[in-house]
Design a protein around this ligand. Sequence first.
Ligand SMILES: [Zn+2]
Ligand SMILES: [Zn+2]
Length: 114
Amino acid sequence: MMSSRREPLFSKVRRNIKPVRKQGDPPEEDIEAMEGYVCDLCLASVKRAEIVQCPFCGRWVCRKACYSDEEMSCISCAGVIKLMRESTVLEDLRPDGKRKGRKGEGKGDQGSGP
Ligand SMILES: [Zn+2]
Ligand SMILES: [Zn+2]
């Protein structure tokens, strides 16, 4: 048996998400609404009971629109989690883990990532 040191999905996701806030940091207060906070994603005014902190990026998001119950994260991170999960599944299907090199054709280079 081979013991592969595969990274757990959770830590993979953590590596791919840049924290926006520290865990435990308070949400942005909405100074116009008396008892409100601002959702970090849709910028709506949200009551304290309806705002949740994403455990991955630390964003405070409104529960009804910007939080994914399925992934237990904000919808921004939920997209990354889904992506990571899919790539993890693909790795599982490929025993040698080799990747095909992509030949660039057509579209110009527009990468400006880190
Ligand atoms: Zn929102
Ligand atoms: Zn998040």
